[in-house]
Design a protein around this ligand. Structure first.
Ligand code: AMP
Length: 513
């Protein structure tokens, strides 16, 4: 793949052609132009080039700020993959990620947040690092270091069933191919449009707006958690956003739809809703189509392991009339969707349900430093083209007679709660790591077929002090190990776990408790 298809190149072109155009806007903050963003990233790149060895990945503690975006670009310009880690993540989880990266340097690139202190880890402050470093246009020497080709562009850590998050290595080629696809989307292809920037940069959903906006001269309109957590602030921000494109999980749109003012009047320029990450339900799609007559509602599907999304479908009225769950569309060119028998691996035909396997030129390299786990799920498919790989998603689904993909749930214990990807085993192992807990099991609470909450059951250690074994105390301790969205809504203490005939925890019995 040529350098022309690099995200960095695309952004540099915009910065040169439209230096004064706004790249990043946040409620209550000063606008940041392309010139400024590109300049900030050059200073971060220069500072990194002078202080970080080789091509080690750089862990970037981030928030919704232009500084975080500049830090990602600065890493790429200095030849390093970036590892976005949201500042909201507990320290213990961040330390675990740094340890998995074998002591990767950590850069804090947040706006106004207190400095993060991680015992045993040096955290560099991006703002201080670049003080006095002049912004410079990219020269040949810098350009030669840029992350490209099969080098890793970013590593996104996602919930792991062993209790430790796993890092997915996405290459510059993967992102370049994804970018080429996304630039053809309606509205995005017009260029210069404003994207709602809500999903945390530590989730790959955010690549939709980062790549979509910055590679086409568009603007990111940031919705930080302090804004999304306050309805009035959120709606004021939306009203002032001038947004044309919306990216979120369906769950976030549902949250906004609760307010009747969430409509085209509030967002007159909105022309595209782009969803991914969990099932889009009829109720959500139809409410949006009714309230936003000028906008298209697009459902896309894909895991982080294949760079954001690989199928696309614009929801039409015929889809809404069909009572079956909404289809997720047809694959992008460059991606093949196969349905295989989970037991034998044999290819299945149209209409038959099996495991969804993605084969294509946006499939990630694998899980960093986990060769066995990578070999279990990823495979080489270079017979189909350069750098083509395959990935067993663990999702069940079928292709219909028109070649459209329908998702039918998971083969394992991975769940989506409010759009967040959670391995139930991750929560269980982290509960069991608490000194007061001997055994833990976590089940989902569903309503209308949708996961609404997690419920944990624990057997506590008889010797543990009583104050440590109350549900509130257990939740607080767990919250120091896992992100807030992984802490179950309820934790029940049991005398013993119910067992089934095979002496395994009887999860069906737990669901009834
Ligand atoms: P993530 O890596 O967080 O994007 O999560 C990927 C998983 O989310 C997939 O393997 C699916 O289980 C689920 N998913 C993603 N997009 C959709 C969709 N449009 N409909 C249903 N499930 C989806």
């Amino acid at each position: 793949m040529s350098d022309e298809s690099l995200l960095l190149n695309a952004i540099e072109r915009v910065a040169n052609a439209h230096p004064g155009r706004v790249a990043f806007r946040a409620p209550g903050a000063r606008d940041v132009t392309y010139d400024e963003l590109w300049g900030m990233s050059s200073r971060i790149a220069a500072a990194l080039a002078g202080s970080v060895d080789g091509r080690d990945p750089v862990c970037v503690i981030c928030d919704k700020s232009a500084l975080s975006v500049a830090a990602f670009l600065g890493c790429l310009r200095a030849g390093h993959a970036f590892v976005p880690v949201d500042i909201a993540m507990p320290d213990a989880r961040i330390r675990g990620i740094v340890a998995q990266l074998e002591g990767s340097p950590v850069l804090q690139a947040t706006q106004g947040a207190d400095p993060v202190e991680l015992s045993g880890v040096t955290v560099r402050d991006a703002a201080a690092l670049v003080e006095g470093v002049p912004a410079r246009p990219a020269d040949e020497a810098e350009r030669a270091r840029w992350v490209r080709g099969e080098q890793t562009q970013y590593i996104i850590f996602t919930s792991g069933s062993t209790g430790t998050p796993k890092g997915i290595e996405v290459t510059a080629n993967d992102i370049g191919n994804f970018m080429a696809w996304m630039q053809g989307f309606p509205v995005v292809r017009d260029g210069g449009v404003t994207f709602i920037d809500q999903a945390s940069y530590s989730f790959d959903l955010s690549e939709y707006q980062l790549v979509g906006a910055l590679s086409t001269g568009g603007c990111l309109f940031a919705l930080p958690p302090q804004v999304t957590g306050d309805y009035r602030a959120l709606f004021e921000a939306l009203a002032s956003s001038g947004a044309n494109a919306w990216v979120s999980t369906p769950s976030f749109a549902d949250l906004c739809l609760v307010d009747p003012s969430f409509s085209q009047e509030l967002l007159p320029g909105l022309r595209l809703f782009l969803f991914c990450g969990e099932a889009l339900h009829h109720t959500t799609a139809s409410a949006l189509m009714e309230r936003f007559p000028a906008a298209r509602v697009v459902n896309t599907y894909g895991p982080t392991e294949s760079t954001v999304a690989v199928t696309y479908c614009e929801v039409g009225h015929a889809d809404l009339d069909d009572p079956r769950p909404l289809q997720v569309g047809t694959p992008r060119s460059g991606t093949q969707i196969r349905i295989v028998d989970p037991e034998t691996g044999a290819r299945l035909g149209r209409g038959e349900t099996g495991e969804i396997v993605i084969v294509g030129d946006t499939v990630a390299k694998g899980y960093i430093n986990l060769p066995e786990k990578t070999a279990e799920s990823f495979f080489d498919a270079s017979e189909l083209g350069e750098h083509v790989r395959g990935y067993h998603t663990g999702d069940l689904g079928h292709l219909d007679e028109m070649g459209r993909l329908h998702c039918e749930g998971r083969m394992d214990d991975l769940v989506k709660l409010n759009g967040f990807r959670i391995e139930l085993g991750d929560v269980e192992r982290n509960l069991e790591a608490l000194p007061a807990v001997d055994q833990a099991a976590v089940v989902t609470v569903k309503r209308g077929g949708v996961t609404r909450a997690l419920k944990a059951f624990v057997v506590v250690n008889a010797a543990a002090p009583k104050g440590q074994t109350t549900p509130a105390a257990l939740k607080a301790q767990l919250g120091e190990r896992v992100p807030a969205y992984m802490v179950p809504r309820t934790i029940k203490v049991l005398d013993s776990m119910p067992l089934n005939a095979n002496n395994k925890i009887d999860r069906a019995a737990l669901k009834g408790k």
